[in-house]
Design a protein around this ligand. Sequence first.
Ligand SMILES: Nc1nc2c(ncn2[C@@H]2O[C@H](COP(=O)(O)OP(=O)(O)O)[C@@H](O)[C@H]2O)c(=O)[nH]1
Ligand SMILES: [Mg+2]
Length: 354
Amino acid sequence: MKVAIVGLPLSGKSTVFDAVTGMAHDPAAMPDIRHGTVHVPDARLEYLTRLCNPKKVTEATIEFVDIPGGAATEAGARDGFRRALPEIRLCEALAVVVRDHDAPTVPMYRDRIDPAADLREIWDELIFGDLDSVTTRIERLERALKKPSKTRDHELRELEALRRCETALEGGEPVSGVLTADEDRRLLASFAFLTQRPMVVVRNVSEDHVAGPAAPLSEHAAQTIALCASAEAEIARLDPDDRAAFLEDLRIELPARDRLIQACYEVMGMVSFLTMGPDEVRAWTIRKGSTAVEAAGKIHSDLARGFIRAETVSYDDLVAHADLRGARAAGKVRQEGKTYVVADGDILNIKFNV
Ligand SMILES: Nc1nc2c(ncn2[C@@H]2O[C@H](COP(=O)(O)OP(=O)(O)O)[C@@H](O)[C@H]2O)c(=O)[nH]1
Ligand SMILES: [Mg+2]
């Protein structure tokens, strides 16, 4: 899972990236694209580790990409963003950072603190990016359709779907609204539309505003969180032992890293299942609604091919009965078939035969 951190210049993108990865950046240096792989915090793994004492513990991972914003001028920002579009298209979700603090130490990008307007500006760039791909392809198809072709039917269908996208985008709406049928989505999958990406909005607020819920700024964002990027970046670089005290001081319940990852899982519709044994305790990420055989395939294709059943216990049931033996005695260990829909926190033991 790969998430692009995007936003206007000086909104705090690189600082948010630092907060989730524990890295550091020099705000004075030329911005550079950065990639960081983060282990997904999961307290459930700790419990299972105490139970199994495994040789290895493997957390799920998520990759964040710090997208450089270009120079802090209107033309520079637009140019920088457009140059970064190919990189953004490689990511499955977007975290849009908007400045929502007025610290005088940070120069203002165009004389305003207006997170909703900044978000609209980013949204317009996403619309622009998609519209650009759509119109280019429409022109090409229209030319091609003037000549006879064996693939004419397919091209006509594509053209029709693209025209719907064009209309939506011209009205400032995402293509996701008009590509609801699976067939349309398949037909246009190669476009990797930006306005189809699930979006988390990160309001970069000052330290005294982190408590309380974050009001949404756009109907297009499935999740909105508020955090103070600079404080969180410092916290992320602290010794884990000192971290708790700082978080408490700032009345932060969960660090930014955890909250942003949770929000990304949420907007992407991802859940985790767990496996445990003497060799390895591990968390796996799958799409919500995945079946037991799909989960098995995530582990290894042999497990999907030779799938017999999934011995399943929910993490909560396991904890309630202390361990696997206790859960089994209480009848909480189920034998599930191929089509069982895996729930978040299910502990699976795949029985298979190849
Ligand atoms: N006071 C304050 N400053 C911040 C915050 N987040 C970022 N900054 C500062 O704002 C400047 C721009 O941040 P940066 O992350 O480099 O922005 P980017 O251009 O979006 O990558 C840097 O000097 C940061 O230290 C914040 O939450 N509060
Ligand atoms: Mg930056």
